[in-house]
Design a protein around this ligand. Structure first.
Ligand code: SF4
Length: 386
């Protein structure tokens, strides 16, 4: 097997739950920190032992601490986890090591210690710089705190910062989204910007409020927000941020190496912790498989400690399904997806149809990518290959 690996560490703890969030995370269960990180350590050691045996010493090219809110747990837990990774895997000297932070919980101590431990990329969950919008989202920070957190990271020595922004927030206007983005680009100048359209997920407070019309909010419609995004893309491009994925923009050389592994099926990644997803070799005698860990934090801890099953493997895909998945995910990248002659042959009708409709283009003879119009309806174009 290819012995390169990216590692995701899931930190399922937050200070409070945001109103739109359906990510696997919990708030107010600080008593679980210690047992959770103990279990995490056991999972890492056992997986590394297996993987190193299977393919020689594994080379780790990126590590990503995500969540949840990694900056909301005492930094000693993250430092210990990083140490465990270094003891059990061979982490490349130039590996990208990222940590997600929230403006409300980020402290100088956290930033100083985590940088010293080798973290070299930060993803700051800003979401908006309009205080009313932040209140609606249920975030704990305001715009001033977001700016302070950004400055704190820079002063601590962070050279690679990404900021997340959400658009399509109830009551948000074209101007307010534009102002959020403008302030970040012109005042902060981060290396990387991710912009996500607000998605109302089942079971969240937003879902209930929208269905029951509980709040007297104006929910921007899809066409309106798509236009905001098109303008944002133009603005970012004029300011040296290149779009390299559906929602991600970076200054040259600052594309997230870790995130790209999710969209390139030739790469391997393993996720540690409750609800974490993986795509790699982890069972003797089978091919590369997708799997996910049990979602419940308590059950994850119990099962790891009792050496019981905590991973759920997806079914083995046929060759054609694997190629369909390669195309489906690869099309998220503006660089497109490289296909061999035989791979393209399996989907030649679908590809030709989308080329005829102006939604897919050929970047090179063997590389296909979405066109500008294709990106606007990316989900429906990509669905052709599932
Ligand atoms: S901080 Fe992130 S993970 Fe935590 S509740 Fe808010 S959106 Fe969800």
């Amino acid at each position: 097997m290819n012995n390169q690996l990216s590692i995701y560490i899931h930190i399922p703890f937050c200070e409070s739950k945001c109103s739109y969030c359906n990510f696997p995370s919990t708030a107010g269960e600080n008593n679980l920190f210690q047992p959770y990180f103990n279990a995490l350590q056991k999972e890492i050691i056992a997986a590394a032992e297996f993987q190193n045996k299977l393919s020689g010493k594994i080379n780790v090219t990126s590590v990503f601490f995500g969540g949840g809110t990694p900056s909301s747990v005492p930094v000693k837990f993250l430092l210990k986890t990083l140490e465990t990774l270094r003891e059990n895997y061979s982490i490349n000297n130039n590996a990208e090591i990222s940590v997600e932070c929230n403006p409300n919980s980020l402290t100088k101590k956290f930033a100083d210690l985590i940088l010293k431990a080798g973290v070299n990329r930060f993803s700051l969950g800003v979401q908006s710089l309009d205080d009313n919008e932040l209140v609606k989202l249920g975030r704990l920070h305001n715009s001033e705190k977001a700016e302070t957190a950004y400055k704190l990271l820079r002063q601590a020595g962070a050279k690679n910062i990404s900021t997340d922004l959400i658009y399509g927030i109830p009551g948000q206007t074209k101007e307010s989204f534009k102002n959020n983005l403008k302030r970040i680009v012109e005042k902060w100048m981060p290396e990387h910007i991710s912009i996500y359209s607000l998605s109302v997920e089942p079971g969240t407070p937003f879902d209930k409020w929208k269905k029951n019309k509980t709040k007297n909010w104006l929910w921007p419609d899809d066409d309106t927000v798509m236009n905001w995004f098109i303008n944002a893309e133009k603005y970012l491009s004029a300011n040296s941020y290149t779009r390299y994925e559906i929602s991600n923009f970076a200054k040259q050389g600052f594309e997230s190496a870790h995130n790209i592994t999710y969209w390139d099926t030739t790469k391997n990644y393993i996720g540690f912790g409750a609800a974490a997803h993986s795509y790699c070799y982890l069972t003797a005698g089978t091919g590369k498989r997708r799997f996910r860990n049990i979602k419940s934090i308590r059950k994850y801890i119990e099962r790891i400690n009792a050496k019981q099953k905590f991973r759920f493997f997806s079914r083995e895909l046929t060759h054609k399904q694997k190629i369909g998945e390669k195309i489906y995910l690869g099309l998220r990248l503006t660089a497109g997806v490289k296909l061999s002659y035989s791979e393209e042959k399996l989907f030649e009708n679908e590809i030709q149809q989308q080329i005829n409709s102006g939604l897919i283009k050929r970047k090179q003879k063997n590389i296909i990518a979405l066109t500008k119009r294709g990106f606007q309806i990316a989900n429906s174009v990509m669905a052709e290959f599932v």
